[in-house]
Design a binder for this molecule. Structure first.
Ligand SMILES: *Cc1c(COP(=O)(O)O)cnc(C)c1O
Ligand SMILES: [Zn+2]
Length: 413
């Protein structure tokens, strides 16, 4: 297969002030105003090589979009085959939710079982390319597991700080792949504060926290590049994303903007929906109040652990993306989310994570309120695999047969 053309990365620019930075050096937040930095590309040049026909001949991983990714040297474009995840027409579930055009983009099949692999694949590769040797991050579990796997792949050292309540399996994954792990008796914000103090004290330690480096979002945005290509360069009417730190949502919005500027899509962008758990819904509260930023949510609690983020650093960008696309933020309670998770497994055979349950329950709620029309094409981003959350469903009450017992249909649970 042909080697993809080089990255067209031109500059890092501040998401808030006019600061522009040379992109081929290690940067964290904006040195002027401490807002997140974003990557910008030469879209004119990217357009020349990134055509629909050229893409069709490339390998089915996220590296196929090399022009719009920050990693320049193919020697660093390593991976486990991540990307080009299936886009399912979830007809049976869609009919039950009143949205027959329901699509589910299944990122649960990615390495380490969640969407976080996208951000990690690009974030770690770019850090390695820029000469980073040691990095540290706070996580609700899944990001740590993903970054740890890619850090091992690139031979980098990683420190991870996660809440004691984070899903147990993610701890095991981090340790197995060689990260140094500490638990904190608190929420992700507390883990973030410990990481910030460590970075301030330790020269050369790279802060890989969400949006404190500019490349994780570049990986996450590939989900939109993929679904647009999978839909033959059309866009759905609505995209529903279970929102914690919101990088996925911001990334989807960024990618759609890039594709539109390149002329690969036209018309209005899909309405973006930030689905949150009612136990931690700072984005919903801010959106409803028409604020441009979020106040910290006190005492976040939800079974959808990956989106338990009381104060997203990218709050302004999330709210902007919702406004710019005439989208909305909506909260659903855990009971509805876990019900939707089970409903998806039963109707589609797709065992998704509780966070995806939040997004599915949001679809039901938005259909009921009329915000989603029955004829619309609605895409839910399934951010993770249910098998990473074996305790999210009640333990089934099963009978135990002795070896001499017979199986009789209809008598078993
Ligand atoms: C991290 C995570 C999310 C939220 O992603 P953000 O981009 O941080 O909003 C959703 N679902 C799962 C399973 C996650 O791990
Ligand atoms: Zn700035």
């Amino acid at each position: 297969m042909p080697t993809p053309p080089p990255s067209t990365l031109t500059v890092l620019h501040c998401s808030r002030c006019p600061t522009h930075l040379q992109p081929d050096a290690v940067h964290q937040l904006c040195p002027t105003c401490s807002a997140p930095l974003l990557a910008r590309y030469d879209l004119e040049r990217a357009r020349a090589s990134m055509t629909a026909e050229a893409l069709a001949a490339r390998r089915p991983t996220l590296w196929r979009y090399a022009e719009l990714l920050p990693v320049r040297d193919p020697a660093y474009q390593l991976g486990f085959g991540e990307g080009m995840t299936p886009l399912h027409a979830a007809e049976r579930l869609g009919r039950e939710l009143g949205v027959p055009g329901l699509l589910v983009k299944d990122d649960g099949v990615l390495p380490t079982g969640t969407f976080k692999a996208r951000g990690a694949a690009i974030g770690v590769a770019r850090a390695a390319e820029l000469g980073v040797r040691r990095m540290i991050m706070p996580t609700n579990g899944n990001a740590g597991a993903a970054w740890s796997a890619y850090a091992a792949l690139h031979g980098l050292e990683l420190g991870v700080v996660m809440p004691v309540d984070a899903p147990f399996i993610t701890r095991v994954e981090c340790v197995a792949t060689g990260a140094s792990v500490a638990l904190v008796d608190g929420l992700i914000g507390d883990a973030g504060a410990i990481v910030a103090r460590a970075v301030a004290r330790t020269p050369g330690l790279f802060d890989a926290s969400t949006l404190k480096e500019p490349c994780r979002i570049e990986g996450k945005k590939t989900i939109a590049l993929e679904f647009v290509e999978q839909l033959a360069w059309k866009t759905p009417d609505v995209v529903v994303y279970p929102t914690g730190g919101g990088v996925g949502l911001i990334g989807i919005h960024k990618a759609l903007g890039e594709l539109r500027e390149m002329g690969l899509i036209d018309g209005p962008l899909p309405r973006l929906v930030a689905a949150q758990a009612s136990g931690c819904a700072p984005v919903v509260r801010a959106h409803d109040a028409r604020e441009d930023h979020c106040e910290g949510w006190v005492g976040g609690q939800t079974a959808a652990f990956g989106i338990n983020v009381p104060k997203p650093l990218g709050d302004r960008l999330i709210l902007q993306a919702l406004r710019a696309t005439e989208g909305v933020a909506i909260a659903v309670d855990d009971e509805a989310a876990l019900r939707a998770q089970r409903q998806c497994a039963r109707t589609q055979g797709l065992f998704v994570c509780p966070e995806t349950g939040v997004a599915l329950a949001a679809v039901a709620q938005l259909r009921e309120s009329g915000w989603i029309d029955a004829r619309e094409v609605v895409m839910v981003i399934s951010t993770g695999n249910g098998i990473k959350y074996p305790d999210s469903l009640p333990a089934p009450d099963l009978i135990t047969l002795s070896p001499a017992d017979d199986w009789e249909w209809g008598t078993l649970a």
